[in-house]
Structure formats: structure tokens, C-alpha cells
Design a protein around this ligand. Structure first.
Ligand SMILES: Cc1ncc(COP(=O)(O)O)c(C=O)c1O
Length: 456
């Protein structure tokens, strides 16, 4: 398995050919899932005692299995939060893999971690956080949110009074599901402000004022969102920051999706107040065009994250010695062994420069505005709310929830587009609506037109 022979060289060439083809392909179909039994019938037994051989296995992948995936970078994939990794970043993902770097400690991964940190400096600079703030790349927004919540909780519990208290955090129903899920993992209670629109400082103030004595004692953090997943709404970060400061509670901003827009001059002002955060989540694998998986968590005071996350063990002591000393990514988030997943982003940023990132993000925002106009001019559809960041919520007049589902499947089955429905809170009711989220700058106005036309 570990020897170098002609078969290995041939396989390498095949993989390179496949890579070049995939990287330069612009007309791929949107794949669709098949049942596991159907896939099994197509490929047969693949894990056997003797092995089926690389060439055969690769052919199974190309002929059957690759087609059962939905490419996130398809220009008409506007569902959830899609992605559009740059070709430079994807190529360097191959380099990252082939380099076999353990990215937990500087001692083993100094070169790779150095590159990650160069990219991180740019991301931190976008936030406006003060000198000393820094971050680390994580497996995604979920892991970043968990790392931040645990840091905040551990910092709060440094005070003896809270050692045996179960923590409480406040966020809004617009917050991403991972906040609720990670609060569960960290065993903290969560209180949701019941509005999917902007969480304001005033609403937060009122929520805190309604807490009883014990709840207030247990409250240690507030999570605001810098671009909600459903609608691209940015909370009133300045107002929330002021309340957090006054109440001495940790202020976390989940900008996993919206964080890329910090680079966009047209909307940067909407994030004012983010520079007062104690921690921020930003996912480069969403709107910073990195391949999966690449999230990031940034701390105003990274030493607090180190207190919470640094692992101890006799076998790890060497990493803390002089000489091995440098930035150890493992100290600032929940994972020990890690891929240097910020390396593809570094290469792409170094290749293209930050201005190109700004332009590509601005294009996503522009596409949302263009889609908004098309919807306003189309008698069959109407906007549910003004487009925000790169999200557009709209309804097809007269459609019931099942019509949206049927339409989604129809377009997906044809390999034409993936646009999924969502729900929007309208008074006390939840209305099923359609949603676009633009990330890929290669999506065209024609793509949007064609998708809307399928709703007639
Ligand atoms: C605002 C927000 N936070 C967190 C997440 C979770 O990120 P990930 O899927 O990278 O774990 C998402 C994902 O869409 C998100 O939009």
C-alpha cells in the first residue's frame, strides 16, 4: 500500500486528469441522491479482502457515485448556503492533502500554520477587533460556535460564584440551528428572543429585564447573528454590544455566513459594532470561497480561549517547550489533530489578492438585488422582504407549501437547479416561501430568469 510503482504513477495521472476536468468544467449537471440500495446495486461490493483495484474503484466513482452528489458550486445551486471555492483554493487543497501536515502544533506544522495565520490576519482586520485579537480555523461554523461558547462559559466560571451554576445564553429565533445544538453540547440553557427580524439592543434589554434573579445570575453570553441563514439579516450589533458591555456578558457574533460581506464596502456599515465582540464566527467555506471544510473562530482575547481549550498530557509537553514554541491552533478550539484547512484560503488570497474577494462578494450582493428587481417585475411572484446580503425570500402567488416542494424536486430531478423552500414567520404563522442565496459570482442574470420562469 505504501510502495511507489507504475500503478501509483498511473493513478496519480488519472486523478490529475479528473481534477483538471472538474476544475475547468462549467456545464456540469446538478447531481441527485439515489437510495443506498440503488447505489449498492450499481457498484456492488467495494470493500473486499483482496481489494477491487484503484482503477476499477475510480471508475465506479466517476460513473455512478460522483453523480449522486450535488455540486455546491453549481451556478444554479442557490439552496441553503451554497459555496464556490476558487480554483486556486481547490488546487491547494490537493497540496494540503499531499503534504500530510499535522496542523495542531507549531512544532509539526509551522510552515502551514504560518500561512493560515497570514490569511487569518486579513480576516481579523476585516472585523476591526482591537490589537491582540486573533483566531483559528475550525471544521466549520458549528465547531467555531461551540469553541466560542465553551470559552465564554469557562471564563464566566473563573468566578467561584458561578462554578456550580448552569449557564444561560440569549439569542434570537433567527440564530442558526448550530447555536441551539451547541448550547446542548455545552449543557447551557438558551433563551430565544421571538423575532426573526433584527435582534436589537432594546429587545435584548427588555429580555434581560424580564429575567428572574437566578436566571440573570446564570446569564453569561449573548449570541447575535451577522447575516441570518434564512434571510441574511444582520442584528443590531452596536446596540447588542452596548447592552453586553453594561451587563458584563460575553458578546458572540455568529457571522458564519455573512462574515464574507465584511469585505464588501457596500454593506460593511451594517456590521458596525462587530468590533466590540468577544468572539466571532466566520466560515471561509461559505462566502470566502474556500473548499470544505473551513470555518474560523476569532477572539478579542485569545488567551481566554487557550485557558478553555489547551489540552494537557505528558505526551504533549514537548509541544510547549522552547524551540517548539509558536502558535498552536489546537489551543484555541475543540479539536486536537487537525488539517491545516486554512492553507487553501491562504494560497487563493496570495494568488488573487484581497480586492478580488471584495469584488466576488459584492457580486453576490448585486445578484440578490437583481433577483429582487426581477421578482418585483414578475406578476407571478412577490418579495416577502427586501433582499438582505445575498438572500432573497419570495413567494409564488397562490402556491401552497406542497407546490414549492414539488417545484424544487422537479427542477432538481431535471439536473437544472436546486432552490429549496423555507419558512418565514408572518405574525404568529409560518409561511412557506422560496429562497435564493447567492454565493457563486458565476451565477448569471439568465440563470435567475430561467429559474423564475419555471414557476409560471
Ligand atoms: C449563521 C450560521 N451559523 C452557523 C452555521 C453552521 O456552519 P457549519 O455548517 O459550517 O458548521 C451556518 C451554516 O449555514 C450558518 O449559516
Amino acid at each position: 500500500m505504501h510502495k511507489i510503482d507504475i500503478e501509483l504513477i498511473e493513478m496519480t495521472m488519472d486523478v490529475m486528469k479528473y481534477t483538471i476536468d472538474r476544475l475547468s468544467h462549467t456545464k456540469q449537471k446538478i447531481g441527485k441522491p439515489q437510495k443506498a440500495e440503488e447505489l449498492k446495486a450499481l457498484v456492488g461490493e467495494t470493500i473486499t479482502k483482496e481489494g477491487i483495484g484503484g482503477e476499477y474503484a475510480f471508475n465506479l466513482w466517476k460513473q455512478h457515485l460522483a453523480k449522486a452528489n450535488v455540486p455546491v458550486d453549481h451556478p444554479r445551486n442557490l439552496a441553503f448556503v451554497p459555496a464556490a471555492p476558487t480554483r486556486a483554493a481547490v488546487m491547494f487543497d490537493l497540496v494540503t492533502s499531499v503534504s500530510s501536515i499535522h496542523g495542531a502544533y507549531w512544532m509539526e506544522g509551522a510552515g502551514g500554520i504560518f500561512c493560515e495565520n497570514e490569511a487569518m490576519k486579513w480576516i481579523v482586520s476585516l472585523t476591526g477587533l482591537p490589537e491582540g485579537a486573533f483566531g483559528v480555523f475550525t471544521s466549520g461554523g458549528t465547531a467555531a460556535n461551540l469553541s466560542a461558547i465553551v470559552t465564554a462559559r469557562e471564563h464566566w466560571r473563573e468566578d467561584e460564584t458561578y462554578k456550580r451554576e448552569k449557564g444561560l445564553i440569549i439569542t434570537s429565533i433567527g440564530a442558526h440551528s448550530s447555536i441551539k445544538a451547541m448550547a446542548k453540547v455545552a449543557d447551557v440553557d438558551i433563551l430565544l428572543v421571538d423575532s426573526e427580524e433584527k435582534l436589537t439592543g432594546t429587545a435584548l434589554r427588555e429580555t434581560i429585564d424580564k429575567l428572574n434573579f437566578h436566571q440573570r445570575k446564570r446569564l453569561f453570553a449573548v449570541v447575535a447573528t451577522g447575516g441570518t441563514t434564512n434571510a441574511g439579516i444582520i442584528d443590531d450589533l452596536e446596540g447588542v454590544a452596548q447592552v453586553c458591555k453594561k451587563e458584563n456578558i460575553w458578546f458572540h457574533v455568529d457571522a458564519a455566513y455573512g462574515g464574507g460581506a465584511l469585505a464588501a464596502d457596500s454593506v460593511r456599515h451594517l456590521f458596525n459594532g462587530i468590533e466590540k465582540a468577544d468572539s466571532i464566527t466566520i466560515d471561509p467555506h461559505k462566502w470566502m470561497f474556500s473548499p470544505y471544510d473551513c470555518g474560523a473562530v476569532i477572539y478579542k482575547q485569545p488567551e481566554l480561549a487557550m485557558n478553555a481549550h489547551s489540552q494537557q498530557g505528558s505526551y504533549l509537553d514537548i509541544f510547549k517547550d522552547e524551540g517548539a514554541h509558536g502558535f498552536n491552533p489546537t489551543d484555541y478550539q475543540i479539536q486536537l489533530t487537525r488539517r491545516v484547512r486554512g492553507l487553501p484560503l491562504w494560497f487563493s488570497l496570495a494568488t488573487h489578492g484581497t480586492d478580488k474577494y471584495k469584488e466576488a462578494v459584492e457580486r453576490g450582493i448585486e445578484l440578490a438585488q437583481i433577483a429582487g428587481k426581477m421578482i418585483e417585475e414578475d406578476p407571478n411572484v412577490e418579495l416577502v422582504r427586501e433582499p438582505s446580503l445575498s438572500c432573497v425570500l419570495y413567494r409564488r402567488i397562490g402556491w401552497k407549501p406542497e407546490d414549492y416542494t414539488h417545484w424544487t424536486y422537479e427542477n432538481h430531478n431535471k439536473g437544472f437547479a436546486l432552490v429549496t423552500p423555507t419558512k418565514w414567520k408572518n405574525g404568529n404563522a409560518f409561511e412557506t416561501v422560496s429562497r435564493f442565496c447567492f454565493i457563486n459570482p458565476d451565477t448569471t442574470e439568465e440563470d435567475i430568469r430561467m429559474i423564475l420562469d419555471t414557476m409560471t
